[in-house]
Design a protein around this ligand. Structure first.
Ligand code: C5P
Length: 229
């Protein structure tokens, strides 16, 4: 099977409270989106790459990625799952159902090449695919809605934080996303759509510093992590 890459970058990043979406913030004069893409494209062989961007996105043409012949773009959708499905449609005429698709957040520029390598190697023969994830370090409380009353403490020995890349077979991922979107199932990553469709994704342990830039302090943290990778 071949490998395809999808980078959803059509979010508005409101939690970041910046003048532009987080994938267009800069570290060392480089857009986060460009850093993220080069960390993937420089370390693995993809048959094609599609970045999903917002239709009215004025920053995309300023990126190095927009003039990279290896990279195509498409219009993203209202939710992340819609953006990923749009990108899958762009690849549909070229990809086979058994090919692998890696989906990686635009806002995760700190992917370590060893994690990418481990994901590709460990899932190579897997029927479904899976995702990078890292064990939860904090103690987690379930709290009754609309109150500050703790209901219970959740046993964290069974809990992992889902990271990206997430890697699934092209045909199965497309079907799973279509089904989840059609029934309004809340999809926050590809694995949840795959689970909803009855598949069992496999966890590949990744580094906890593969952070998603979400709040302002994450940008400085990402700069620090990248300086040490
Ligand atoms: O909002 P969140 O941090 O979960 O977004 C994860 C990734 O999905 C980001 O790279 C964001 O740009 C992308 N996204 C998208 N289309 C949306 C919402 C988010 O491509 N409608």
């Amino acid at each position: 099977p071949r490998y395809w890459l999808i980078v959803p970058a059509a979010g508005s990043g409101q939690r970041m409270k910046a003048d532009c979406p987080k994938q267009y913030l800069r570290l060392d004069h480089q857009y986060i989106l460009d850093i993220t893409l080069s960390r993937l494209l420089d370390h693995a062989d993809f048959s094609g790459c599609v970045v999903a961007i917002r239709a009215d996105d004025p920053w995309w043409p300023e990126t190095a990625a927009s003039s990279d012949p290896r990279i195509d773009s498409c219009a993203g959708g209202a939710e992340r799952a819609d953006s990923v499905l749009s990108a899958l449609e762009v690849l549909a005429s070229r990809a086979d159902d058994d090919d692998w698709v890696l989906v990686h957040d635009a806002a995760r520029p700190c992917l370590h090449p060893n994690d990418l390598e481990r994901l590709l190697t460990q899932l190579h023969d897997h029927p479904v695919g899976g995702l990078l994830a890292t064990p939860v370090a904090d103690t987690l409380k379930r709290v009754a809605s609309d109150s500050n009353q703790v209901e219970t403490t959740i046993d964290r020995r069974h809990l992992w934080r889902a990271l990206t890349p997430q890697m699934f077979r092209f045909g199965a991922l497309r079907q799973a996303l279509e089904a989840a979107i059609a029934s309004d199932y809340p999809v926050t990553d590809e694995a949840s759509a795959m689970e909803y469709a009855g598949n069992v994704p496999c966890i590949v342990e990744g580094r906890p510093d593969n952070i998603k830039i979400t709040v302002p302090a994450d940008l400085a943290l990402a700069g620090f992590i990248l300086s040490r990778l």
